[in-house]
Design a protein around this ligand. Structure first.
Ligand code: SF4
Ligand code: SF4
Length: 490
């Protein structure tokens, strides 16, 4: 059963106690640094371009000043696969370190929204109550502040997809001038409010696929936040006599020994996903380290060594030999290396433009008046430069051939793509039984001869009536009974 459900199936609202300690301090520093980075990235630029801009409408993705176009599917696929393999590797080594330390859901929930909630409604189990604790309007007041922060978050989030200049226009103009973008803004704000105000830890527990994969990504040697059951069990309540703190001696089989877990429940009440880490590795554990801080505080009070809950591995806890080098720890970096090399090779092959020459739709050739044969082609050019470009299309060294095209030279704005219909016209006697290959040359003529201008030649195989007759003959001879010179009864 989910930790956030009551026995009757209703939602059990989690209000975790905040546990102070060394990990909370470190996570706070990391979280506020990440919030700062997340906020300023849309305002930063590199090579005269935004540092990150994911333009979904035009499918132009700018990452670290480099723009990937819709024709860069292979590069984007390599980038995506590389990200996944990196996550696999990090998970194999350090468990769900991303979830606990860097995921925006955890960062904003634990270090922005929950602190505001404690401020307004008070922290559970604390003598010091919040500003408006117990007041009827504490919740509505909190939700108003949540809504304001959600508006800010939605704007920051959308800046990654539309850019800060476009966003500024959205903000400064009347919504009536741009109802579509305004609707997007309202929807994203609503989603943020729903997520952080209502859905909360459910995002990690039931919506995020990463948690589901964890059993496949981790092994017994992965670093995780874990409870030392060897040291802690059998658990039992601590007894106090004045200042003397002693642990109850518990019977565990034939031996008598003192267990360190005093069953105080602090690790459970501090958990933002409501689980008990003493039950072992669980899908709901986001490795937030709050239970480490909680238990360390208890151990300090009992004058016991801290680390009953700590970063360790399942193998280390049970006394097995810890293996740093495992097959997955070797294979993932090797795959990453292959992906990185492939990415660089493909990237270095990209010039000032992407050019493709495709056979026209429909009949492969047409017979023109005057005995000439025309092969329809589609010329597609994508300008990869950051400035407008002019591209001339011609046939390279072809006698008796000519090219007709709607526009030549072709003018393209930065990142623009055009597909033009063209026709390669040949004298009939040039198209014999051999299908000749002609070179279509595309030259970028707007850049002065600096050695960087594009000049690409692409081979295109012409077709003519001779090929049609051959094909008809082949298909006739392929029919059963004719291949061997007649019907089977001869
Ligand atoms: S906080 Fe530590 S001592 Fe207390 S119940 Fe959890 S594991 Fe046991
Ligand atoms: S079990 Fe511990 S580390 Fe895991 S989510 Fe709960 S408090 Fe965080």
């Amino acid at each position: 059963m989910l930790s956030t459900l009551n026995a009757d199936g209703s939602r059990r609202w989690i209000k975790p106690k905040l546990s102070h300690g060394r990990f909370l301090t470190m996570r706070r520093v990391v979280a506020y640094a990440l919030i700062l980075i997340f906020t300023v990235i849309p305002y930063l630029s590199m090579n005269g371009k935004p540092l990150v801009l994911l333009d979904l409408v035009t499918r132009h993705f700018t990452i670290f000043g480099r723009t990937f176009l819709p024709t860069d599917t292979l590069l984007l696929a390599l980038l995506l696969v590389g990200c996944f393999v990196t996550i696999f590797l990090l998970s194999a080594l350090f468990g769900r370190v991303w979830c606990g330390w860097a995921c925006p859901q955890t960062v904003y929930m634990e270090f922005v929204f929950r602190p505001i909630e404690r401020l307004f409604e008070g922290a559970p189990g604390r003598v010091k109550k919040g500003w408006l604790a117990g007041k009827a309007f504490s919740k509505p007041a909190k939700m108003v502040v949540y809504a304001v922060i959600s508006v800010y978050l939605a704007h920051t989030f959308l800046a990654y997809f539309v850019g800060v200049d476009e966003l500024r226009q959205w903000v400064t103009r009347s919504p009536l001038n741009h109802p579509g973008p305004f609707g997007v803004m309202v929807a994203v704000t609503g989603l943020m409010l729903f997520n952080f105000g209502f859905f909360r830890e459910q995002t990690c527990i039931i919506a995020c696929p990463y948690g589901r994969f964890q059993s496949a990504l981790l092994d017994r040697n992965s670093l995780i936040v874990t409870y030392d059951h060897v040291r802690g069990e059998p658990r039992g309540r601590a007894t106090r006599a004045g200042d003397d703190v002693s642990l109850r001696v518990l019977s565990a089989g034939p031996e008598k020994r003192t267990a360190d877990c005093v069953d105080c429940g602090m690790c459970v009440t501090t958990c933002p996903t409501g689980i008990d880490i003493r039950n072992g590795l669980q899908m709901e554990c986001i490795n937030c380290t709050q239970c480490i801080d909680a238990c360390d505080t208890v151990m300090a009070k009992l004058d016991r060594p801290r680390g009953l809950i700590r970063y360790s591995s399942q193998a280390a806890i049970t006394g097995e030999k810890v293996r740093l080098l495992r097959p997955r720890v070797v294979i993932y970096p090797a795959v990453l290396l292959v992906i990185a090399v492939a990415f660089l090779v493909v990237l270095s092959g990209k010039g000032a433009a992407d050019v493709s020459i495709l056979r026209g739709v429909g009949r492969p050739f047409v017979e023109l008046p005057g005995g000439e044969i025309g092969n329809p082609v589609k010329v597609k050019i994508v300008n990869r430069m950051d400035k407008p470009g002019d591209y001339r299309v011609e046939l390279a060294g072809a006698e008796g051939l000519r090219l007709t095209i709607d526009e030549n030279p072709i003018h393209l704005n930065p990142g623009e793509a055009k597909t033009l219909s063209a026709m390669i016209v040949a004298q009939r006697n040039l198209l014999g039984h051999e299908m000749p290959v002609v070179s279509v040359r595309v030259t970028e003529i707007s850049t002065p001869a600096s050695g960087t201008a594009l000049r690409r030649e692409i081979g295109f195989r012409l077709m003519g009536p001779a090929q049609r007759h051959e094909r008809e003959h082949e298909s006739e001879s392929d029919k059963p009974g004719r291949e061997h010179g007649g019907g089977g009864d001869k």
